[in-house]
Write a protein that binds this ligand. Sequence first.
Ligand code: ADP
Ligand code: ASP
Ligand code: MG
Length: 403
Amino acid sequence: MKTIVLKFGGTSVGSIDRIKKVCKIIAFYKKQKNKVVVVSSAMSGVTNELVNKSKLISSNFDRAEYDALVSTGEQASCALIAGRLKHNGFKSRSWISWQLPILTDGPHSSARIISVGIKELNKYLNLGGIPIITGFQGISNDFRITTIGRSGSDATAIMLAKFIKAEECIIYTDVDGVYTTDPRQYKKAKKIKKIFYDEMLEMASLGSKVMQPTSVQDAKLNKIDIKVKSSFVKKSGTLITGSKKTFSNQIITGISSTKNDAKITIVGVKDKPGVAASIFRPLSKNLINVDMVVQNISQNGNETDLTFTIKSEDLKKTQRLIKKNKSISYKKLSFDKDLSKVSIIGVGMITTPGITYRMFQALASKKINILVISTSEIKISVLISSKNVKKAVAVLHKEFKLD
Ligand code: ADP
Ligand code: ASP
Ligand code: MG
């Protein structure tokens, strides 16, 4: 008898009709004599509505209350799923994270799951029950509700699969797998049959929202294979794995892009040890995520320019923090918004020379200006104007023979 974890995302449980359909998928696995554990997200739109309400109550809403509030959507969807399964004659019940418990560590709204209590779950599974567990949330060691980052139900599913020692973990979503790029943005995107954890991790971190980055990291650390499938259509999906068996020989596996990036340049800062740390210290304290960082080579040995990117929503706060930072001096502060980062990702890059040139040449052929570049072993990212993203994805998709 296999133990299978099934995770359903927001659109998969987005309406009563959808929940009824999801229950048919659950029934399919149960009838094949598996032990089935279900993790569900909130119905689509519900978490966003709760986030908006918190903003209307206070621009500085308490972080602990934020988690208590935004985690409630999952309780409702899980109860609805369990209720429908019982209606159909199955043994089922919902479990809220603290009832297991799912223990987390780290700050509110970006906590990490450290353990999942499985004693009661195992008893229930042995009795033939189907447990339906709230994704996205847990409790801290002082018994406060926590959440594990937006789209966090993916990570709940992976960690449950780890602790319950599941043979399979299937992420059901609204696309039938991981594609070479977002299929809703680019029609010629192709489904990827198998993708390495590292590639998926880069794609997810660089804007492909089909999987939450933390969940891929958890899967990699715990060697848990993930299948991504559609709850809408019955088609083969994508396997996310570390296994090197039967991989295609594509150089580039996928292309990701972000929205709403902003760039800040500090012109004429002192070129001496500790300056970069002084600039970024207040940003880090205020939980502002700094992404790409470029420091120019100093012309005169005294001064340099420093450029970095952040999310547009953090732009005003960042400008304020830099202006009131007494430990740095500079000549000018400039910024740009409506920028996007476009990245090509693939392990094939390690062994193939000339990829950087091909990327830049392809972008140049469409007259797309590159503002900032950053690279790692398996990815190259460029910062460009948001209005050029579609064009850039299309030309790169073609250049690397993904069409
Ligand atoms: P869920 O609610 O099931 O968690 P998400 O909205 O988080 O679903 O993720 C699915 C969406 O991810 C798709 O609808 C698709 O538009 C988007 N997406 C972005 N990049 C990719 C990609 N490379 N492959 C597949 N889907 C992608
Ligand atoms: N409901 C949460 C969100 O919208 C978690 C999830 O969907 O995975 O972010
Ligand atoms: Mg998701």
